[in-house]
Design a protein around this ligand. Sequence first.
Ligand SMILES: C[S@@+](CC[C@H](N)C(=O)[O-])C[C@H]1O[C@@H](n2cnc3c(N)ncnc32)[C@H](O)[C@@H]1O
Length: 282
Amino acid sequence: MESRVSSNTHLESGQQHAEYQALMQGLERSKFEKALILPLIEDAQNIVEVGCGNGVVLDLLSHNFPSSNVWGIDLDPVMCEASKSRGLPNVNVLCTDATTIPFAENESMDAVVYCSTLHEIFSQGGPSQVVASLKEAARVLRPGGSVIIRDSVKPSPGKTQIRFKQEWVEKRFYNYLKDYELVKRQYEQLSDGTFSVENSYLFEFLTKYFYDVGWDKEMQEVYGYYTEEEFRDELRCAGFEIVYKHSYLLPYFSEKWAKDLLIDQPFTKSTIIVKAEKVCSV
Ligand SMILES: C[S@@+](CC[C@H](N)C(=O)[O-])C[C@H]1O[C@@H](n2cnc3c(N)ncnc32)[C@H](O)[C@@H]1O
């Protein structure tokens, strides 16, 4: 009995380790593209990155702003340790939640960065938790300080038709339909092997279908949580006004999709970068 328990635990921890490894490699792969946020950080002596993960963005911030003070915040102790192990000279890492940034009100934070983090906060706690996190950023920012967000962007409502070039991708799509009850009501199979799928559900599939490790974990998350208009409205709710916005399609996705699928109106945006300034504390 005892050995069964320990061997299961061993298996679980082995799988968890593999998932962390895959996640961290994925975060590292997009480092070059994440650097697009750097020019948006201006005159910032004090910078906080919320959801710093294993420190890919902290590394960029540390090297590009060597005379600034940088803090990384993450609720996952494994990620905090990975960030700390980079030994970045001007960076401190704190293991805490996005809604409890341990700085005083209106303290001299100049910029708060969320890179691939708000979709996780949304997935765990819904829109109210995203607004609570943004309000927490507003609390610690100086007046006129900014939040910089880089994350997925939800497509506008509508339906898109898709056919599969690769059998394994079509099988994954059937699994997606089987495992996620809600999706079943959002698609229609046409007679020629084409599927007509509601855009936001198709977006979730198309941004994840190629995961070998961590498929279940990623499927629990919503990547496309806000449209461009929803970003504007939710930021306003938290006391910010958008001063810069840029949406684009990651080449990583377009290359995969061209190889694996035929889509009647391919998505032109997967990712958004937003800069918003604090106009009031709410
Ligand atoms: C996808 S990773 C992004 C890491 C890093 N920002 C990057 O772009 O490479 C998201 C990180 O957010 C963290 N996270 C999720 N929810 C959080 C919360 N409520 N408070 C603090 N960190 C959170 C996760 O632990 C994870 O490390």
